[in-house]
Design a protein around this ligand. Structure first.
Ligand SMILES: Cc1cc2nc3c(=O)[nH]c(=O)nc-3n(C[C@H](O)[C@H](O)[C@H](O)COP(=O)(O)OP(=O)(O)OC[C@H]3O[C@@H](n4cnc5c(N)ncnc54)[C@H](O)[C@@H]3O)c2cc1C
Length: 124
């Protein structure tokens, strides 16, 4: 958008709130979240907006799987055509936050997803 007014209309954010947030940041160099923006250049047109929403950050626990990402039954035997990876599969983080490993979420989504894909093709 080429003006704050147009940005307010486009996003549906009340203009006075948008103006207040922008002037607050420009006047103090620090926004309401405490981020120091004093050393970054001021906002200039065109303005861009992103919608920020809640998202699942991390899961601990999940479906038990084998080394080919087959989901396991209670007796430990694998379902032939049911696979799990990423947040749906149990990982190595353990039962609570103390075991959180940064990077492990995308690791299991991508690496295990590939393994599951390859295993599913070879089981056809
Ligand atoms: C803010 C944030 C920062 C993160 N930073 C990191 C990081 O630095 N390093 C790291 O390793 N991990 C990070 N993670 C975690 C990582 O993003 C997740 O662990 C990973 O994306 C999980 O992958 P996934 O494929 O299991 O699930 P998702 O990425 O959640 O994918 C699930 C998909 O299924 C779709 N879906 C849901 N329901 C349905 C349905 N009924 N029909 C069809 N589709 C459906 C969803 O739209 C989504 O696209 C971060 C997560 C967040 C939220």
């Amino acid at each position: 958008c080429n003006s704050v007014e147009a940005l307010a209309e486009h996003t549906g954010v009340p203009l006075e709130n948008l103006m207040a947030a922008i002037s607050e940041t420009h006047e103090h160099g620090v926004d309401r979240f405490g981020r120091d923006l004093g050393k970054t250049p001021g906002l200039q047109v065109p303005f861009f907006a992103v919608r920020v929403t809640g998202a699942l950050f991390h899961t601990q626990g999940g479906l038990a799987i084998d080394g080919e990402a087959h989901v396991l039954r209670d007796d430990g035997s694998p379902f032939p055509n049911l696979f799990a990876a990423g947040g749906a599969a149990v990982g190595v983080s353990g039962p609570d936050i103390s075991g959180y490993l940064s990077g492990n979420g995308l690791l299991t989504a991508i690496a295990l997803g590939r393994i599951a894909g390859e295993a599913s093709v070879s089981s056809w």
